[in-house]
Design a protein around this ligand. Structure first.
Ligand SMILES: Cc1ncc(COP(=O)(O)O)c(C=O)c1O
Length: 372
């Protein structure tokens, strides 16, 4: 019998398994429910861009027996045109998750320090652990934001990467332009600042930083964005990094031979032309997060104003039972116990009917648990 712990790298043994949002199929199967809505993984309430769907169908019909182009050149060229940057500044991968793994693989040596905030996107911790990096988690501010001054104070000559999640998942809060500039100017030249902007399309705060122009003078800045949210392509996995070409060259060295499948490349390419869908997604999300946030406030709950397509609510009591009670009503949300927030639920913005259903399910769950 294999002694698995003897052959596994110690840093992998130490990793706790990630618990993703429950899939609809699993809840239907386990609870015998027919009508289930998933508001647990920050997906698009409108589905997917119809233009992207048509392009993906065509790609399946005509080309799926061929390997894809390795570096997604058409998508790179289109993004370069949209951003008015050099194509050599783009790295496309299997979602931002894939991009983050490649960044870690390329740059983190065993023992390197990696700094981020507590209560942020879990992948920063897992990709750092894969490479045996040392994760430094900085406590948040009172209003559940990245504490930029504390992050700056934590930088040492051993810091290799700072992960900034802006807006932040799971709190939905932002780092402001002033804070971003302060951080960027404090990060040493040979330390990377990764600004993960998976939700940037949904932000309308005037003090949210537009980070692309900073690339010109900061060759250690990496910006990541995704097709999973506003474009509704979470299921095919495509995201990208924008950075100085020397960084992109290194990322291209470490990635798989065919990191982005054909269907994803075709869908993303066509989706970029579907401005109507993008605009509609942004509009529905902004209306929906207002509805959810105020619905939660009206129930007397402590919800955090969100700049994203989800809302964090702190119930002040352990949420495990509430989560289960919502599940039994066919509403999947995300309990944040595994992320160290045992009294918090994260609810993805759905359609207005779904948001209403989530609010009613939460109200009933709280009544059932004697909480309201
Ligand atoms: C902050 C953040 N970054 C990255 C991702 C992953 O994006 P992708 O679907 O492109 O892997 C997510 C997904 O929820 C996220 O919340």
């Amino acid at each position: 019998m294999i002694d698995i712990n003897k052959i596994t790298r110690q840093c992998i043994i130490d990793i706790k398994e990630y618990v993703p949002g429950k899939p609809i199929e699993e809840v239907k199967r386990e609870l015998g429910l027919e009508d289930v809505i998933k508001l647990s993984s920050n997906e698009n309430p409108l589905g997917t861009s119809p233009m992207a769907i048509q392009a993906m169908i065509k790609e399946v019909q005509e080309n799926v027996h061929y390997y894809p182009e390795a570096l997604s050149p058409l998508l790179v060229a289109k993004l370069a045109r949209i951003y008015q940057l050099d194509p050599n500044q783009f790295f496309i991968n299997n979602g931002v998750d894939g991009v983050l793994s490649m960044i870690a693989m390329a740059f983190i040596n065993s023992g390197d320090e990696v700094v981020t905030s507590q209560y942020s996107f879990y992948s920063y911790q897992s990709v750092t652990a894969h490479m045996d990096g040392k994760m430094i988690l900085i406590p948040q501010t009172q209003d559940r934001r990245f504490n930029i001054d504390a992050i700056i104070a934590a930088l040492t000559p051993k810091t290799k990467i700072v992960f900034l999640c802006n807006p932040n998942n799971p709190t939905g809060t932002i780092t402001t332009r002033d804070e971003f500039e302060r951080l960027l100017s404090s990060v040493p030249e040979n330390c990377l600042l990764v600004s993960d902007e998976a939700y940037y399309e949904f932000v309308d705060a005037p003090d949210y930083p537009q980070t692309i122009p900073y690339l010109k003078d900061h060759s250690n800045l990496i910006i990541t964005r995704t097709f999973s949210k506003v474009m509704g392509l979470a299921g095919v996995r495509v995201g990208y990094a924008i950075a100085h070409e020397s960084i992109i060259r290194v990322l291209r060295k470490v990635c798989d031979a065919f990191p982005v499948n054909r269907i994803a490349q075709a869908g993303a390419l066509a989706g970029l032309d579907d401005q109507e869908f993008i605009d509609r997604s942004v509009r529905i999300v902004k209306q929906g997060r207002y509805q959810l946030y105020h619905g939660l406030l009206n129930m007397g709950l402590n919800a955090i104003p969100s700049h994203t397509n989800f809302v964090l609510v702190d119930l002040g009591i352990p949420v495990a039972q509430i989560y289960e009670a919502m599940l039994s009503q066919g509403v999947i949300v995300r309990p944040l116990g595994p992320q160290g927030l045992p009294s918090c639920l994260r609810i993805t913005v759905g359609t207005s009917i779904q948001n209403e259903r989530a609010l009613i399910a939460l109200k009933r769950a709280l009544q059932g648990c004697g909480g309201g």
